[in-house]
Ligand binder design. Sequence first.
Ligand SMILES: C[S@@+](CC[C@H](N)C(=O)[O-])C[C@H]1O[C@@H](n2cnc3c(N)ncnc32)[C@H](O)[C@@H]1O
Length: 272
Amino acid sequence: MRRTVRAALEEAAVQIGRVDARVLACHLLGTGRAWLAANPMHVLTESQDARYDLLVAQRVMGHPVAYLVGTREFYGRDFEVGPAVLIPRPETETLVEAALARLGPAGEVLDLGTGSGALAVTLACERPGATVHAGDASGEALAIARANAARHGAGIAFAHGSWYEPFAGRRFDLVVANPPYVAAGDRHLAEGDLRFEPREALTDGSADGLDSLRAIVAGAPEHLKSGGWLLVEHGYDQAGACRALLGAAGLADLVSIPDLAGIPRVAGGRRE
Ligand SMILES: C[S@@+](CC[C@H](N)C(=O)[O-])C[C@H]1O[C@@H](n2cnc3c(N)ncnc32)[C@H](O)[C@@H]1O
């Protein structure tokens, strides 16, 4: 027998909790929460019923909700996501705020390791006069970033390659990066959403998780204009190491910025 919305939600809530049950039902039916609440006796079609069970089963197996529904909100905008890209995190909004505080109306920005394009697209939308470049080593990620740029009407110059390699000889007012920084043996890689995200977006395989940050910080002086800023996101316990890297690269006015939980998650410095 086909279920009502209420019956399907109640069965799913036992397995995956009420919030995820509602999010998946909204996605399946193309509705919002208000419609679900107002139509509990709506009967699912046979196909909807079966597809809802499949979504719930995938969630039970641990598949991230963002991949199941295909989008994740970041800084007030919806971004297409899929298994080729990291799911944008709320803590990365700290990097957006730090970047906007230092980016003039017509600045030239580079986003290294753009993934879904969350940072590049957000900065382009928030600073329509800025020129935004973005790179990634993953061609699949760049395809999603391009789709997100088109979705939000952001003109971004994308390039495929490792860190600064596609931007040789170019200098920017601001370089931002949220690189892979999880240490190779970190147990979190085998837990939660991280099990389903691209490994190369999470870790570069180095024992301390810092190799990508080392490369990005070391390359910054020759890709920043005079007065330009480098801002990077890092792990909860990497603030000291990042400060040392920024200092060793000769950057000035070093900053360490906490996320909403009060944990330092963004480090930066300015080329004099
Ligand atoms: C942590 S994800 C960040 C994605 C996005 N910027 C965000 O904040 O949601 C890191 C990204 O760096 C990319 N990446 C890893 N190694 C790279 C390299 N050597 N050169 C360029 N991009 C790289 C990965 O493909 C991934 O998209």
